[in-house]
Design a protein. Structure first.
Length: 132
């Protein structure tokens, strides 16, 4: 069995996260890697510019946790979609989107360390602690 890696994770506002209403709000992500701030700034700007007005509210990204290579958050627009971002080959991208609890197999397949998405995940037998 391989040793579990210990990852330094920053959790924002006791798990409530930092809402990003405009792209410049990315500067509020204290402790986040600069390249993640650039990525999320572009992501927010693209979502706002591409908003077709079909929902009652504009798109709002909320960053909940961040580490050197993974982050988790939400996109609120016509409901809430939970997201996981990862840095692969030097570039940040969205690697998962889900409702409710993440699937354990998805987290494991993407190499998401414990502490990024929350304490648990789901599999065929229901909810269980996620340990990576």
């Amino acid at each position: 069995e391989r040793p579990k890696q210990v990852v330094q994770v920053t959790q924002y506002n006791d798990g409530k996260g930092v809402p990003l209403y405009v792209s410049s709000d990315a500067g509020k992500l204290t402790g986040a890697p600069k390249d993640f701030q650039s990525f999320i700034r572009f992501t927010v700007r693209t979502a706002i510019e591409g908003d077709d007005g079909s929902c009652d509210e504009p798109p709002v990204y909320t960053v909940l946790t961040i580490s050197a290579a993974f982050g988790a958050g939400e996109l609120s627009q016509c409901g809430v979609k939970k997201l996981v971002w990862a840095k692969t080959d030097g570039k940040w991208s969205q690697v998962l989107a889900y409702d409710g609890e993440p699937a354990c197999d998805d987290l494991t397949a993407k190499g998401v360390p414990p502490g990024i998405t929350g304490p648990s995940c789901r599999d065929d037998e229901g909810s269980r602690p996620y340990q990576g």
